[in-house]
Design a protein around this ligand. Structure first.
Ligand code: PLP
Length: 376
């Protein structure tokens, strides 16, 4: 018998400045919260913490009238939960697709048996609201329209308020991917008439990856109670709200307690800073970065009229090796930036300035390192 391989030493990962499309570096308070004593998931003290997280999330989503909580999985679970709960096999849904993550919504819709109508625009653009409304005229029975507010694969920001206004008075539900927008750009769940929205913890909120905050309108909840087909057990929003919201709480799964502490702390940070102040900080860092890129003759992918603050897509100049620049930044400067995403996607870098990294200091360090990478 061969000797077993030696047990590896304890982990000691190198520190990185995470300026890719996510995750971002974790807010110091949220990181410290992971060290607090573990409570059981049904402990009355833990249930009180859940109540507080719900209240903090309600304020962050600007959703006083909604059902809000966090799924014990990443942003993709929030996406899948929306389809799994709000769509039944044979339903028609309309998806505005101008990037990788909107395509993923469409793909999940098809996997759940929906008739998916994709309304497409070029990457870097947004699908005009009128085109989505036109698709709804052609498919008047469509049950749901879905868009990505912050399309991380391109750096484009969807005009969600405008779409919410256009949909007012209709039966069609509005689902929004807010993975790269919650806490980083303006978002008003109740005021804009959203029915279901999901996010993640690892981007503008500044917590570690692992959870997906969601918000659900009253009429979306009604839609779920009228379902005729059962849905996923893991992502059943009614069962999950019986743990997060209803009291006495009912066990569904063992919640990731330490991640909930971290989310609690990160959300406290978001609201202590103030939503408008946090949105402005993300916008200021993005504009400082874009000015610096323009000075270097680097072009961005997204139409400037629809540029997302948290993530900027940059066209790789002809003759420059995208991966070599990323490798140089990582090895020589301990800075992570991302490349493009998705097979038909453009040749881009994606720079994220989210959560604690949406700062002037980060931009200066990043641009200096980029200069050295491009020179090398
Ligand atoms: C816009 C968008 N939607 C969905 C996801 C999926 O989130 P996760 O990777 O946390 O599952 C991401 C991830 O980056 C994203 O950027």
């Amino acid at each position: 018998m061969s000797e077993p391989s030696p047990i590896p030493p304890a982990l000691d990962p190198s520190a990185r400045l995470l300026c890719g499309a996510g995750p971002t570096n974790v807010d110091a308070g949220a990181l410290a919260a992971l060290q607090r004593p573990l409570l059981g998931h049904m402990d009355p003290d833990m249930l009180e913490i859940l109540d507080q997280v719900v209240e903090l999330l309600r304020r962050t989503w600007q959703a006083p009238g909604a059902t809000v909580f966090a799924l014990s999985c990443t942003g993709t679970a929030g996406m899948e939960a929306g389809i799994a709960n709000l769509v039944e096999p044979g339903d028609t849904i309309v998806v505005g697709v101008a990037g990788y993550f909107a395509s993923r919504i469409a793909e999940i819709g098809r996997r759940y048996g929906a008739n998916v109508v994709e309304v497409q625009a070029d990457w870097g653009q947004v699908v005009p609201v009128e085109r989505l409304m036109h698709a709804l005229e052609q498919h008047p029975k469509a049950r749901l329209v879905a868009v990505v507010q912050g399309e991380t694969s391109t750096g484009a920001l969807y005009p969600l308020r405008e779409l919410g206004e256009a949909l007012r008075g209709r039966d069609t539900l509005l689902m929004a991917d807010c993975v790269t927008s919650l806490g980083g750009v303006e978002l008003d769940f109740d005021g804009w008439g959203l029915d279901y929205a999901y996010s993640c913890t690892q981007k503008c909120i500044g917590a570690p990856p692992g959870m997906s905050p969601i918000a659900l309108s009253e009429r979306a909840l009604q839609r779920i109670t009228k379902r005729t087909h059962p849905t996923s057990f893991l992502l059943d929003l009614q069962l999950l709200s019986a743990y997060w919201i209803k009291r006495p709480a009912a066990y569904h799964h063992t919640a990731p307690i330490l991640h909930i502490y971290a989310l609690h702390e990160a959300l406290r940070g978001v609201l202590t800073e103030g939503l408008p102040e946090r949105w402005s900080r993300h916008a200021a860092a993005a504009s400082q970065l874009r000015d610096g890129l323009a000075e270097r003759g680097l072009e961005t992918l997204a139409d400037p009229a629809h540029a997302l603050a948290g993530v900027t897509g940059i066209l790789v100049p002809a003759g420059v090796d995208r991966a070599a620049v990323q490798g140089h930044l990582l090895r020589e400067h301990a800075i992570e930036i991302s490349g493009g995403l998705g097979a038909p996607g453009p040749d881009i870098w994606r720079i994220g300035l989210m959560g604690p990294n949406a700062s002037a200091d980060t931009v200066v360090r990043l641009l200096q390192a980029l200069d050295s990478a491009l020179a090398a």
